[in-house]
Design a protein around this ligand. Sequence first.
Ligand SMILES: [Zn+2]
Length: 169
Amino acid sequence: MARLPVVTYPDAVLLQKALPVTVFDESVVKLGRDMTETMYAADGVGLAAPQVGLTIRLFVCSPTFDPGDRRVYVNPRLIEVDGKQESEEGCLSLPGVSCKVKRYLSATVEACDLEGNVFQESAMELQARIYQHEIDHLDGTLLINRMGTVARMANRKAIRELEEEFQLK
Ligand SMILES: [Zn+2]
């Protein structure tokens, strides 16, 4: 297993729409494993492929942060949503930034596992929020795109610092 470097805002790879996985081979299995390790090492509860520089539709998550609770979702899409919730969210690609985001309270995701088998999973609250946050990443949508004016003001300094750091790279 290997830890992968996490891409941060404003890297353009984060703003692209990711493409479906069509070949389920060893490289996808390895990516799922490496992304899971990267997520745990960064104390995250979810990580999407564009965050490690790959524009493919795959994310990993671990809502309970239990090492036994490793999940990989390939080509995920929301097939049913209901209710509303609003909670503080952060993002490994936006260190120092956080804001309240309105999401669906419950969500059912349909995805493939690492062998290409289709499965469905329903979740509420935190896990449903992770689905929505990570699928946002696959569509090139970041927390800052979901911020209202007040949150944007509150995070202005952190966002500017990320932009300045990026220019120095
Ligand atoms: Zn994120």
